[in-house]
Design a protein around this ligand. Structure first.
Ligand SMILES: [Zn+2]
Length: 388
């Protein structure tokens, strides 16, 4: 076996400085995404394993291709040092290739290049592209909340929330506690974007920096949360959004709605006593409603949680369980919920994300809007008729 280049014999470069053809190089970077594939060798038809994805070092993110990678252990978040990597071109941009000539080893996040916040260009939320990094943002903290999560066997706290400037709002999650509070104006640098439920999310980690700023030019959070509803057609065009509001009439109820059972560990819904992650579990009862809301320009699905379902339906979880004991047919409950919800005009505020079925909103608030019942009935009849 040929000996790979020893550390120090090739220059260590930042990803932002990579140039096609200037190889080999040494880089330290974090795995943002990684996907395994196999390609068929033309010579003998044999299969050759390949790992490809995105690496980031805080200055840029670049694609990488790793031939014959280790069978396991290369996961999102891992920091790697690669000595003797080739820089090739992929769609006009530099890409790193790891081959048998490259030595790749795990590294500590402390070995990632130090970048001072001033080195990053200042951007607006609107200017961020879905795989961006190496930027600074001046934003208002609209809200922030700690959430316990399990990573492997470890329990950790992630701080989740929403940041906004005058150009738009973006969801964020932070693995470090920056002591953020709603209403604060901050400058953040050294974060990166990753897609989350079809929307870009800003991820902050131990290498990100947060400083408090004056923020006179930033929107006030109350103002953001008061903004009026947009047309659903526009929300569809934009692929969803954070802190958006829509108003429409309930025209449908999708399964599973009504009384559902959830896994006590992960809260996924349980089918026939089986959680698809945790196997056989004792399902815990819960109420939910997946409403289809139509405003005449389009329709969205709204995932309504227990408290709002109880309020809209006028039936508590305990009531629903009592009804089920009397009439052991869950479809009757669903029908009663449907009757209570159909034709209601709702104003829903929350996060909208797009998938293959259209836009789904995870509501933060749901208000019932009083309407003239006759007008609403006529409107509803027209829409249902129009839908076939
Ligand atoms: Zn589970």
């Amino acid at each position: 076996m040929a000996s790979p280049d020893a550390p120090g014999s090739v220059p260590e470069v930042r990803l932002r400085e990579l140039q096609v053809g200037v190889s080999p190089v040494e880089v330290v970077a974090r795995v943002l995404t990684a996907e395994r594939r196999e390609v068929t060798r033309r010579s003998d038809g044999g299969r050759r394993p390949l790992l490809s994805g995105l690496l980031s070092d805080g200055t840029a993110s670049v694609r990488f291709t790793w031939w014959d990678p280790p069978r396991e252990g290369i996961e999102r978040g891992l920091v790697l040092r690669a000595v003797g990597a080739e820089v090739r071109e992929f769609r006009g941009r530099p890409e790193l290739t790891f081959s048998w000539k490259t030595r790749v080893e795990p590294a500590s996040p402390a070995e990632l290049p130090r970048v001072s916040p001033e080195e990053f260009p200042l951007r607006t939320v609107h200017e961020l592209a879905s795989r961006d990094e190496g930027f600074r943002l001046r934003v208002r903290v609209v809200r922030v909340q700690p959430k316990p999560v399990t990573v492997g066997v470890e329990r950790r706290i992630v701080h989740e929330g929403l940041l906004a400037d005058r150009s738009g709002a973006i969801a964020f999650s932070s693995w470090s506690d920056f002591q953020l509070a709603a209403g604060e104006a901050i400058e953040v640098a050294g974060g990166y974007l990753r897609p989350f439920r079809g929307r870009p999310q800003l991820v902050l980690d131990e290498r990100s920096t947060v400083s408090r700023v004056e923020g006179g030019d930033l929107p006030d959070p109350a103002e953001l949360l008061r903004s009026g509803p947009r047309s659903i057609a526009r929300v569809e065009d934009e692929g969803g959004g954070d802190a958006l509001a829509v108003e429409g009439v309930v025209v449908g109820l999708l399964p599973p709605s009504g009384l559902v059972y959830r896994c006590p560990t992960c809260r996924r819904s349980v089918k026939n006593g089986i959680c698809r992650v945790h196997g056989q579990v004792e399902g815990q009862p819960d109420l939910r409603a997946r409403l289809v809301l139509d405003d005449g320009t389009g329709a969205v699905t709204v995932n309504v949680g227990r408290a709002d379902t109880e309020r809209l339906w006028g039936v508590t979880l305990a009531d629903a369980r009592a009804r089920l004991r009397e009439q052991p047919d869950p479809s009757l409950l669903e029908e009663q919920l449907w009757e209570a919800a159909l034709g209601r005009r709702l104003r829903v505020r929350g996060q909208g994300t797009r998938d293959d079925f259209g836009i789904t909103i995870q509501p933060e608030t749901i208000e019932t809007v009083d309407v003239d019942l006759e007008t609403a009935a006529a409107e509803l009849a027209a829409r249902l008729g129009g839908a076939g």
